[in-house]
Structure formats: C-alpha cells, structure tokens
Design a protein around this ligand. Structure first.
Ligand code: PLP
Length: 394
C-alpha cells in the first residue's frame, strides 16, 4: 500500500520496510552489516550511485531508512540521515556543510555539548562562531558577517526553556541567505515544525522524546535535499550511522509519539500550575504558562508547551540538593523525555564546574530544578514533588 496520501501522523505508523516472505505484521529488523549482489554489474551500478541498492549499513539500511522516512513525514522534510546520537546529528549537520573561513551564528542557550562543539572544536578547523542571546534581535543582526553561512538554535532551550521566534529567525535567515538549522529535540515535530518557518535543517536527539522510554541513543537530521546529500556523504565516510537495532526501537516509538506527547504536555502543564502556588517555589517557567516571558511566541508556534518545566526552589543550592534527596518516585538521572518523570538540579550536577558568575551568565540559578514530566498519573507526580519541596525547607 502506498502511504503517500496519508496524514503525517498516519505515515508515522504506516510507513514500513518492505514485508518479507514471512508476512510479519511488525516491521522487520535488518541487523546486517552489508548486502549481497547476485552479479558484479549490480554491485558496480550500486557503487556508481546508478541504483539505490543497499551496500553497507554505514551508508544505508532498510530499518534505518524506515525511521528516516517517518521523521521526514513528521517534519515535512525532503530527505534525512539517522545518526548514533543527537550529538553526532548536531556535529555532522555543521561539519558537513561548513569549511575553513566560514562563520556560524549560534544562540548562546544551547545544549552543553553543542556549546562545546561550536566554541572548542569548530574554531580548531577555522570555523568561527558568534554566540547571541536568545531574543535579542539587534544582536542577531549585528552578528552577521560576509562569511556567515549558518544559523543554529534550539527552542525551547535546555534547561531555561527560552522560546525563540522561529518566524522571525526564518525571515532573518532568508534575508541574509543563511542555512537555518534547528534542534527540535524539546518540542518534537508533534508540537512544532520548524520547516513551516523556513528551517533548512532540523536535528534531533532521538534519545529523548522520540524513544521516550529511556532505552536507546539515536539522532536524526532531516531537511533540504541538497544539504542532506552533503551530510549523507560526510556521514557515509566518517561513520556516525545509527544502529539498525536502535532504528527499529525508534521507528516503533514514533507510532506512539503523538499520544505520548499529548499526555506529557497535559501532565507538565498541570505540574507547572500546581507549583506556581507552592510556598517553597519562587517562580515556575513553562512555555504555556501566561507568566512565561515568550508565552505569545510559544502559543504561536507550538501546539502544546512540551514535557519539560523548570522552577526555582527557595533556599538555593542546599535546598536543591535536599529536594533531589527527598524525591521518592521521580528519578534523579541525566536524561529527559522518558515515560518516568525525572528531576535534575543543574547547579550541583551538569553545571557544577562553573563559577556562580558563569552559571548566572547561562541562566542557571542555584535553586533551578528541571522536571521532565513522565506519563505517571499526574497526582502522583505532584504529590512527590510537593513532599520533597516541603522536606527541602527543613
Ligand atoms: C540531549 C540533547 C542533545 C544531545 O543528544 P544525545 O542523544 O544525548 O547525543 C542535543 N540537543 C538537546 C536539546 C538535547 O536535549
């Protein structure tokens, strides 16, 4: 059956690798390193790119292709390549397209390892980067140089949940003829589709909401066909390909992403609303709370607020640590986007090596707590957070 006429949500369920002779209903998992040819001529033609035959799983694999096709449908993109992790997607989307002498504009609030890539590794290869604050339009304009090639951002940002106006950045990139590259990890294509605002590339850590159950690592880059072609050749030769096993898990996960995200977002909004009036909490940040500084932009470009919220616990660093110690149900772990709710305290963990001033510069306050809201009954999530908050005050 052709899936061409289906809605993207149906495509995420019905696109599949071809059925084998076994007539299996769930899709096959092609755990193989390479593919065979009956004739030398067929192999020659495949290597000459005259046919699309599979050659070697570092280049392509039917299970991985199934995952990519579903992601392209959800992100309304022409083509894609799947990678071993979100970071290999981020890295490859930059290194495949930029070269010595090029300049990148990057939002200053990006995922920690992305920050390291653009500030430590890109410069080693003669690619310069200007970091600009999320919503300072004048700073974005001032950052443009004659050699600027690409703009990179994520929205909502991690962990401060700043929202960037994708429509504005899309017009900015068009005006200056820049490649518009968006990390859509926090929103997922179910809540926000950057290609609608002119994004040329969308990258994902599939490890987070796409898997959604904390099982496997993965990443994907989708976007404009000509750019993906360059990225494909870069990855085919450098080797950050996604394992077919992980692709099988992730492809299956896409079948439930829509219903999972609906529940994650409902739960997150309810937790955010409940925490607003908690005496131990100084403020709560969630894109779909009217108190969020970019609430209007979030409403404009997102279908729901996402699964992550953050809040400031009264009592700073000590209270934050006590809060983690007193959680009973929520997990304390370095991941997000799981069916199990997760709490983290950046000041004492991911950002503990920074000075107070450095932390302040990236918006990490001493009592900042990030919650990745899971799929448990929301009353249980709120009850656990509330009791740990109360104990953190003692
Ligand atoms: C986790 C994360 C990444 C990196 O993904 P990995 O799969 O851990 O390599 C990139 N961007 C954002 C926003 C993330 O949360």
């Amino acid at each position: 059956m052709s899936t061409d006429h289906l809605h993207p949500l149906s495509k995420a369920i019905r696109i599949r690798a071809a059925k084998t002779l076994q007539q299996e209903h769930s899709t096959p998992l092609y755990l193989t390193s390479s593919f065979t040819f009956d004739e030398a001529e067929a192999m020659r033609a495949a290597f000459a790119d005259e046919t699309e035959a599979n050659i070697y799983s570092r280049f392509s694999n039917p299970t991985v292709d199934e995952f990519i096709a579903k992601m392209c449908a959800l992100e309304n993109a022409d083509a894609g390549f799947a990678t071993s992790s979100g970071m290999s997607a981020v890295f490859s989307s930059m290194f495949a397209l930029l070269q010595q002498g090029d300049h990148l504009i990057c939002c200053s609030s990006v995922f920690g390892s992305t920050f390291t890539v653009v500030t430590k590794y890109l410069p080693k290869y003669g690619i310069t980067c200007t970091l600009v604050p999320a919503n300072d339009n004048a700073a974005w304009e001032a950052a443009v140089q004659p050699n600027t090639k690409m703009v990179y951002l994520e929205t909502p940002t991690n962990p401060q949940l700043e929202i960037l106006d994708l429509e504005w950045v899309g017009q900015f990139c068009k005006k200056h003829n820049l490649i518009f590259n968006v990390d859509n990890c926090f929103a997922t294509p179910l809540l926000q589709r950057p290609t609608d605002f002119g994004a040329d590339l969308v990258v994902h850590s599939a490890t987070k909401w796409i898997d959604g159950q904390g099982r496997v690592m993965g990443g994907v880059i989708v976007g404009r066909e000509d750019l993906i072609k360059e990225i494909y050749l870069f990855c085919r030769n450098t080797g950050p390909s996604l394992s077919p096993f992980n692709a099988w898990v992730l492809s299956k996960s896409l079948e439930t992403l829509d219903v999972r995200m609906q529940r994650h977002c409902e739960n997150a909004l309810q937790v955010a609303e409940a925490l607003q009036s908690h005496p131990q909490v100084s403020w709560v940040k969630y894109p779909f709370l009217p108190s969020h500084p970019q609430y209007e932009i979030a409403k404009k470009q997102m279908a729901a607020g996402g699964g992550v919220l953050c809040f400031e616990i009264k009592g700073g660093l000590d209270a934050g640590r006590k809060f983690l110690d007193n959680l009973e149900m929520l997990s304390v772990t370095a991941n997000l986007g799981d069916s199990r709710s997760i709490a983290s305290h950046p000041a004492s963990t991911t950002h503990s090596k920074l000075t107070d001033d450095q932390r302040a510069a990236v918006g990490i306050t001493p009592g900042l707590i990030r919650i990745s809201t899971g799929l448990e009954k929301v009353d249980d999530i709120i009850a656990d957070i509330s009791q740990a908050l109360e104990k953190s005050a003692l």
